[in-house]
Design a protein around this ligand. Sequence first.
Ligand code: PEP
Ligand code: MN
Length: 337
Amino acid sequence: MIVVMKPEATKEQIRHAVERVQEMGLKAILLEGTNRNVIAVIGDKRETAQEILAAIPGVERAVPILAPYKIASLEVKRERTTIPLGSGVIGGRRVAVIAGPCSVESRAQLLEVAHAVKEAGALGLRGGAFKPRTNPYSFQGLGRTGLEYLAEAREATGLAVVTEVLSPEQVELVAEFTDVLQVGARNMQNFHLLREVGKVQKPVLLKRGFAATLEEFLLAAEYILTQGNAHVVLCERGIRTFEDHTRNTLSLSMVPTLNERSHLPVAVDPSQGTGKSSLVIPMSRAAVAVGADALLIEVHPDPERALTDGAQSINIPQFQLLMKALRPIAQAIGREL
Ligand code: PEP
Ligand code: MN
């Protein structure tokens, strides 16, 4: 249920309403808006509390939320959420581009890519230090050293760093170095991990699991939101289908559908989404056209020699082309890049 406060409700009235919710044995999450504040009420007895809550001073109405996800729902918060990313935001007029290698391989590799993508107009730097690999014999990432290189690249370029956290025990370490915590597709329903990243005050980029439905995706985001972290970016990265001409099937209709259901910003990863470097530019253009707030792009100085995901990584000149190709699309829909 949501308790919608009157626009003129005082701070004291809001505090009192939150306390009343808690007294009833329910959880209250205050969602602050520019026009009015809303309190998301969570717990089993919430329906019986509706009339009592509606009568609290300063409350305009108390309404049940129909969707199974609550805080993530547009029913609770009509205003779109923006999430800080370095010198900009995700979810604003500007489409945020986050680019970099699939894996951090060396200091030189990372710094070369970081400077190049910054120059071309990226806002964030991606790069995996801990890699979730299907094969245990494959390169697993540089670990802590990779995190140190990412922090150095941020210092050198001003780009915000996005890197993956694989387990609940790693959250503290990764959060120390990164600006945004990435939760990978394989971990979308790792509920312990979702709870842990929800307790950290760093934005989370949540990838859609490769067999997850829209509802499961939003419920995974809800796990993070219920812990108090309001900064979740939903990232479509393709799903498994019978089609095998691409690594995954990039489900772009997810972007406008998520925008219909949730106030959270939406990112698209056309690199994992297609598995083919030749498809990254066209699918990025399509993603911007359907309303993506951010793109996550794998860029490598020498894709042929990449330790992970070389086939889907674009090189630096191709990244420059991509940025050029996206600008007219962004402009055509009233956005910028
Ligand atoms: C990645 O971004 O390199 C990655 C492993 O992503 P996903 O979890 O979407 O497979
Ligand atoms: Mn990858």
